[in-house]
Design a protein around this ligand. Structure first.
Ligand code: ZN
Length: 269
């Protein structure tokens, strides 16, 4: 069937207009080119890709109590809930959809090397000689783990009321770990751990709040050798250690305790 010429032109115009409107709706306008990473579209449940994975790393500190965000590039209910908590924590409309406002806040919170503004690679790298080599896994993988820890720490810091958190030691290479008497399979060898103190928040306050920010390993006051710092780590997410880790929390003097089997997170899109 032949389509009249005028109608075809009108249809083309309509199609073009519709595409423009749609683009305006689904494309998050880049607030500014970001030195680390710039998101180019609004993300919500059902989307997937590297942009989702990058988002998951940034909101991994907002999973809720005794939980963690699966960093798999698939935007499921767990990611949406974390985005919602992130938005609420920073006074944004909390709809669980990552659009321009959410990305603008993330751009404000990240440095050009992708670390959150209150933490740096040099604060978390090897405690003895610096750098990321000589641990249990490659330097690249270790550094990537440390970045993920830093975003959780940024969330913890925010939840504590923007109180400064100091990382006293994080990654330790094998000889450094041995020299301080660290366990032979310590999470510190993978870049997945950090030891914390604060000049303003008590250790118990840190340990109690850390339960809400994605740390599956947590030791503090009352646990042997942890009366002067709080240790946090991401052991359940660490697939390189050859161990199916459980939740392991112990800070008896602070009422912090939890153990138990791995709760496998699955995301349905
Ligand atoms: Zn530690």
């Amino acid at each position: 069937m032949a389509v009249p010429r005028l109608s075809r032109a009108a249809l083309a115009l309509l199609t073009m207009l519709a595409a423009t409107v749609l683009a305006a709706v689904v494309q998050a306008p880049a607030a500014h080119a970001d030195g680390c990473y710039t998101w180019g579209r609004t993300l919500g449940q059902g989307t997937s890709g590297e942009d989702v994975r990058q988002l998951q790393i940034r909101v991994a500190g907002w999973p809720g109590y005794r939980n963690y965000v699966l960093v798999d590039g698939i935007y499921g209910p767990g990611t949406a809930a974390a985005v919602q908590r992130f938005q609420a924590a920073y006074g944004l409309a909390a709809d669980g959809v990552a659009g321009p406002q959410t990305f603008t806040k993330i751009y404000e919170l990240q440095d050009d090397d992708c670390t959150p503004i209150h933490f740096d690679y040099t604060e978390l790298d090897d405690d003895c000689v610096g750098g990321w080599s000589g641990g249990a896994i490659s330097a690249t993988a270790t550094k990537a783990n440390a970045l993920r820890v830093m975003w959780k720490l940024e969330a913890l810091r925010r939840a504590l009321g923007d109180q400064p958190l100091v990382v006293t030691t994080a990654f330790r290479n094998t000889s450094c770990n041995a020299s301080v008497g660290g366990a032979s399979n310590s999470q510190h060898l993978y870049g997945t751990a950090a030891d914390l103190v604060s000049s303003s928040a008590t250790l118990c306050r840190i340990a109690q709040e850390a339960r809400y920010h994605g740390f599956s390993g947590l030791y503090g006051p009352g646990y042997p050798d942890h009366d002067d710092h709080v240790h946090v780590d991401s052991r359940i997410e660490n697939d390189a250690d050859g161990i199916t880790n459980s939740w392991s929390w112990s800070a008896p003097n602070c009422g912090v305790a939890a153990s138990g089997a791995l709760s496998v997170r699955t995301e349905t899109v």
